[in-house]
Design a protein around this ligand. Structure first.
Ligand code: ZN
Length: 283
């Protein structure tokens, strides 16, 4: 579903969204009642976001236990917000949600955070393998400068890219070995070839069961045979462009979610039509 027309046809109102949740979470509106055990029809309630058993009157609230529960924002606006997230190439700023949905800015902000969190939950993470590039970068803070003082105000993002495959990226506290190595072990299959720059934190990767190849950036050697980190650097430049294009300022606190959202978009870049379907497939 990639057009607004298709969205509007499929989810014209709150009732259609609620029925979708009922289908996804309970398998439909004709089910075995969890209370009386009889197989029958559940009817939508008039005054609440819920369904009621035709026999015993038992209530089911399909939003319970999801981020859609106890929200004052109509379900239809939530679905529309998820649709906007899935059709935008770079992400949606809260300002944009505020404008498109006609909700307050704080509400838009909260919705954006919850949808980003949901994206992370939906994003199943398979370990990377084959040729994997790992690299670290600095995001945010002051725009210009070099050296340690400049980096102090920035957040560190660590990323790993399987060549022609998926990306895994996250905000990390520092670039020490004890921070980075466990993340590599957790996300990259043993026996893979890991390409990195010459940061000392990577020096024990061979011992950890990987083939380790390095590129020496400081000597201007960007390609050493087939050892390069071009794929992960491509990812960094897209991430930074996207942050610049969508958000005036991303605080360290929100950067973590934003990086995860971008990772999610990047991993689905060849099948963007599936994003919305994925987002509404599990709650
Ligand atoms: Zn019942």
């Amino acid at each position: 579903m990639t057009t607004f027309y298709e969205f509007q046809k499929r989810f014209p109102d709150n009732a259609a969204c609620l029925e979708h949740l009922m289908n996804v979470r309970y398998g439909g509106t004709e089910i075995d009642c969890p209370k009386c055990g009889r197989h029958g029809k559940f009817y939508p309630m008039r005054t609440q976001l819920g369904y009621v058993c035709q026999f015993c009157g038992h209530h089911i609230h399909p939003c319970a236990g999801t981020f859609l529960h106890r929200t004052h924002t109509p379900l239809h606006k939530w679905f529309f917000a998820m649709f906007l997230f899935s059709t935008s190439r770079h992400g949606v700023a809260a300002k944009e949600l505020e404008r498109q949905l006609g909700v307050s800015y704080p509400t838009a902000l909260r919705m954006a955070h919850l949808i980003r969190e949901h994206m992370t939950d939906v994003d199943g993470e398979n370990p990377l393998d084959g040729d994997v590039e790992a690299d670290e970068t600095y995001v945010g803070g002051r725009k210009r400068g070099v050296g340690r003082g400049y980096r102090k105000h920035k957040a560190v993002v660590f990323g790993m890219v399987e060549r022609d495959g998926d990306v895994m990226a996250k905000v990390v506290p520092d670039v020490k070995r004890r921070t980075l190595e466990p993340i590599i072990r957790e996300n990259v299959e043993e026996g893979s070839t890991v390409h990195t720059d010459e940061l000392r934190s990577y020096l024990s990767l061979e011992k950890a069961g990987y083939t380790h190849r390095t590129v020496n950036h400081s000597e201007g050697e960007y390609v050493n045979g087939d050892s390069h980190v071009n794929a992960v650097e491509g990812f960094w430049s897209r991430l930074k462009n996207s942050i610049r294009g969508t958000h005036v300022h991303v605080s360290k606190k929100h950067l973590a979610k934003y990086v995860k959202e971008f990772e999610y978009r990047y991993n689905r870049r060849k099948e963007t039509h599936r994003i919305f379907a994925d987002l509404i497939a599990q709650f």
